[in-house]
Design a protein around this ligand. Structure first.
Ligand SMILES: [Fe+2]
Length: 339
């Protein structure tokens, strides 16, 4: 249930940790092609930020046996809001635990979605302070635009796959104050939900895992803000052998301009080329897409979102991306989910 009384308790998506079996390749992708700054290293992890990310990092790349999402963290709007949201979760079957935090972030409440995604809430942050050589002349910009690749500005949104979209959606609404802006239904089954607590059309999305697996990661989106950048980025990805899955095109759902690629570790990354629809109405009512209109919802320009990857591949995956595609080619579409 959308609950406006807690709508602004969550401020925004602050960070995502990605697991990668190919840390050198993943780091090359984020730093050389997407122009992200490295701010810290610890253990098997490297911390990265876009030039307009406000904190010490927005993406953490951690070496691991398989690709996937380590966790995603949302920043609350105050210390009190963090306490209230943690208390709400503590009184539910999703109760988590407090941790001391990570580099650049303070005390954190960690919990899992009903599907098993690792999520966190945090208030205390260390704002990024650029050294003199990286200080921007533009006062709203925390650091200079780098001269590397086609640099992304900041993290934008997160998309999760789930065996049960409704359960994840209701958790985000009930405990964290998210409003579901758009959803897709197939008959009586909710197969997608796009949710936000602020002006952005969505900051967290959830789509049905058509293989029926639980707790997988679909993509994290990095923000350009200029549609031409997605066309330029596609050229760079083509030249440097980064696999493009779909785009550039524009979704009907969220009105976001997209380009989906696979980073060398196997995670799907979206380049988000404009903000999509912004939402100012306090009493906005959720829009529901039916399958009859899904072509418009998926891609206004008609780009093909491949069934063999976009709707079936998430991380972690039992198979590498190549194995997944090969299996799909020989075995055909997977059986429908059993739940
Ligand atoms: Fe997205």
């Amino acid at each position: 249930m959308n609950d406006p009384s807690i709508r602004h308790e969550i401020a925004h998506l602050a960070r995502v940790e990605l697991y990668t079996p190919n840390p050198d390749g993943t780091l090359w992708f984020f730093t050389e092609l997407l122009g992200m700054y490295e701010t810290h290293r610890a253990g098997q992890s490297v911390y990265l930020r876009g030039y307009e990310d406000p904190y010490q990092w927005s993406i953490k790349v951690t070496e691991a046996p398989r690709a996937g999402m380590g966790h995603a963290a949302l920043r609350t709007s105050s210390a009190e809001a963090l306490e209230r949201r943690a208390a709400s979760l503590k009184d539910s079957p999703l109760a988590g635990k407090w941790s001391d935090g990570d580099f650049g972030f303070g005390q954190t409440y960690e919990f899992a979605s009903p599907d098993g995604h690792n999520l966190s809430l945090v208030w205390e942050v260390e704002k990024y302070q650029a050294p003199p050589e990286l200080r921007s002349k533009i006062l709203t910009r925390p650091s200079k635009r780098p001269l590397k690749g086609l640099p992304v500005k900041r993290i934008d949104h997160l998309n999760l796959m789930a065996s049960d979209v409704t359960a994840v959606k209701e958790t985000m609404e009930r405990h964290l104050g998210f409003q579901t802006r758009e959803r897709v239904v197939d008959g009586n089954v909710e197969i997608g939900a796009w949710m936000s607590t602020n002006l952005l059309g969505h900051e967290v999305a959830c789509m049905r895992d058509t293989l029926g697996e639980r707790g997988r990661f679909h993509h994290v989106a990095m923000y350009y803000g200029i549609p031409q950048h997605n066309i330029d980025a596609a050229e760079i990805f083509r030249e440097y052998d980064i696999e493009i899955e779909a785009g550039p095109d524009k979704h009907g759902i969220t009105q976001g301009s997209f380009l989906y690629v696979f980073e060398p570790g196997g995670n799907r990354i979206e380049l988000f080329a404009d903000a999509g629809i912004l939402q100012f109405e306090p009493d906005y009512e959720t829009r529901t897409w039916q399958m009859a209109d899904i072509d418009t919802g998926l891609a206004i320009g008609g780009a093909h979102l491949p069934w063999e990857t976009y709707f079936t591949y998430g991380t972690p995956s039992k198979r590498t991306l190549e194995e997944h595609k090969a299996e799909f080619a020989t075995a055909g579409p997977p059986p429908p989910p059993t739940h």
